[in-house]
Design a protein around this ligand. Structure first.
Ligand SMILES: Nc1ncnc2c1ncn2[C@@H]1O[C@H](COP(=O)(O)OP(=O)(O)OP(=O)(O)O)[C@@H](O)[C@H]1O
Length: 367
């Protein structure tokens, strides 16, 4: 998919924006604080109804404004189009619309506009908590496997039920045993889906990484969240007393993790910042390739401050890979000169200058 139109109002310092982005490469340049990241944030809001900069949305709404409003038209690979709209006010009221109808959840938005974000916070994928890596993994499984979302919702319900029972113990044991069976079934299914996805992700990741940087010895592995030799039912039974003391369930897919290691070290402990950025990029680009293999479209990449941490050779290699993905990319940077010359002549490219919240298109070729 590609965003063919984008309108933004009431977001951070941005003056009302009406853009017709390139379906391929969009470069946004401007001084610090000019509003480049805010535009990526607006696209993120349109695709996920949440920001990547702040857990609360109030700071995103422009000072003095009552709400922020995003509108976009998405073009799918099969030629169909969809109109998306998101509005959020200071009281937390959300309106999410697709093709004139109100949506109750953001999941449909995410399906319509799959986004991959690479920004200075992306290091958290390596050095942050397992939750960040589970979210990364589940993004991929969600987009390629339709069973994932309903199964994940069943898992959350059964897990909440068990944790409440562990804390308060107010339930008939037979009824709780039935909930445990539901928990085990959903957990095993989620684990199977994750493992199947990872089997495809690993070779794709290794191939992309090799094109970016030589990091021989880097391995990606998965731990499912409970002992790999034992059934979850057995593990839950064996850990029941401890779970009761803690008041939550210790084992299960809610504890799964991805491990990136170099030899016996955590990759995050030994890689430089630039190397970490390239590993994160390789993971996210590999996900883009897998999505292309199954969907009627592609994901949209938001790359905030692409040049930072990277030397010229690696910037060029990263741009080549993003270009080869054949999808829509929004890239920000302080100076155009850092990456504007890296693109093939026949790649559709649009360039925008961002100044004090105003966005002006300065170049478009091969549209
Ligand atoms: N709610 C808000 N209302 C109005 N302005 C805001 C609001 N929140 C932040 N700002 C301002 O909007 C600007 C946002 O800048 P943004 O982070 O998009 O800049 P940038 O071009 O990505 O800069 P950098 O190159 O430093 O990353 C900042 O100047 C900030 O002070």
């Amino acid at each position: 998919m590609a965003l063919t139109r984008l309108s933004v109002s009431g977001v951070r310092n941005l003056h009302p924006v009406n853009l017709t982005p390139s379906p391929r490469i969009n470069l946004l340049f401007g001084a610090n604080g000019s509003g480049k990241t805010s535009l990526l944030e607006a696209i993120h809001l349109l695709g996920l109804a949440r920001s990547f900069r702040s857990t609360r949305l109030t700071p995103v709404i422009q000072y003095e404004q009552a709400h922020c409003q995003l509108f976009g038209e998405v073009l799918f690979a099969d030629g169909l189009r969809s109109q998306l709209g998101v509005q959020r006010d200071r009281q937390g009221e959300f309106v999410i619309r697709q093709d004139g109808k109100n949506l109750r959840s953001a999941a449909a938005l995410a399906e319509c506009l799959p986004l991959q974000l690479i920004n200075p916070d992306s290091f958290r994928l390596l050095e942050g908590s397992p939750k960040v890596r589970r979210q990364f993994l589940d993004w991929g499984v969600f987009h390629v496997e339709h069973q994932f979302l309903p199964t994940w919702q069943r898992l959350q319900t059964a897990l909440r039920q068990r944790n409440s029972w562990l804390r308060h113990g107010r339930m008939d044991a037979a009824l709780q045993a039935a909930w445990d069976r539901e928990l085990v079934t959903a957990s095993e299914q989620i684990d199977r889906l994750r493992q199947a996805y990872l089997q495809q992700l690993k070779p794709a990741f290794e191939q992309v990484l090799a094109e970016l940087i030589d990091l021989s010895g880097l391995t990606l592995s998965y731990s499912r969240g409970w002992d790999k030799e034992r059934d979850l039912a057995e593990v839950l039974q064996a850990g029941l007393e401890r779970d009761r003391q803690l008041g939550y369930t210790q084992a299960g897919p809610q504890r799964a993790d991805l491990r990136l290691r170099i030899g016996s070290h955590n990759a995050a402990d030994v890689l430089s910042r630039g190397q970490q950025k390239l590993v994160v990029c390789a993971l996210r680009i590999a996900q883009g390739h897998l999505l292309q293999a199954v969907k009627r479209g592609r994901c949209v990449y938001l790359v905030d401050d692409l040049p930072s941490e990277l030397d010229e050779q690696h910037r060029r290699a990263l741009c080549r890979l993003l270009e080869a993905l054949d999808c829509q990319v929004f890239i920000t940077g302080v100076e155009a000169a850092q990456i504007e010359s890296f693109w093939r002549e026949d790649t559709p490219l649009a360039m925008f200058h961002v100044e004090h919240g105003r966005i002006t298109q300065t170049l478009a070729h091969q549209e």
